[in-house]
Design a protein around this ligand. Sequence first.
Ligand code: GUN
Length: 293
Amino acid sequence: MTAKLINGNEVAQQIREELKQEVARIKDKVIPGLVTILVGENPASVSYVTAKQKTSKELGFYSIQDNQLATITEEELLKLIDKYNKDPKIHGILVQLPLPKHINETKVLYAIDPKKDVDGFHPVNVGKLMIGEADYLPCTPAGIQQLIIRTGAKIDGAEVVVVGRSNIVGKPIANILLQKQKGANATVTICHTGTKDMTFHTKRADILIVAAGKPKAITGDMVKEGAVVIDVGVNRIGMTPEGKAKLAGDVDFDSVKEKASAITPVPGGVGPMTITMLMMNTVKAAKVHAGIS
Ligand code: GUN
């Protein structure tokens, strides 16, 4: 079998068009406001934040990119967050991760007002997700769920295997897909570095989600014939002749595409969906703030 490509750019574009119309519809009552806070100059973070800002402007948001030096103290960063917590024009606050080592990431995430936590990383929002009452789904997992739904794959009752247990992707996507809800209700297994026999699990997956942070972590021999494969990895594996970063996922695309029924490419799969879901959460936050539906 040669897999169908799941085009994240196309799906993201459709949703962005819908959001653009929604922003135009509500603009007399509220203009969604998003601040992205970037600490330091990690090249991957710079490119993510730039893309988030560009999209928010295209959709008609009020948006601020707040760049801070890597030497900012934890106290200064907490003060900055407090300023945006109090700013009525800002409905969404995103602090790009990772942060420099001298800053306690958990403390920073706790400081964001849960109502403005459009990343869905605050413990209040993580807890609400856990009990099926989420206000904001974290962006990458929400984008993954949308991509799977749009392949037409049946999630209800499916064997889903997630490779990776990060707080940003692995744990939340597992939680989302196991809820007794539409677009979910799967049997979910999470594999990680402590898993004894990875292939035993991945071979059983109807839907395989890979967020291992390691290129070629999954090869064709580890995948069931006809599986839907979502590759969340973004690994920089060199430079293109034009001087751009050359990216590869966590899945060995060439061998896995011969087994899967559908697969996301890297780039152009999950990435554009993450940004789109952030925009969706920000529009939602603005509407809640303005008391409109
Ligand atoms: N770093 C990598 N992914 C993300 C994300 O979704 N949100 C934030 N804030 N930082 C990230």
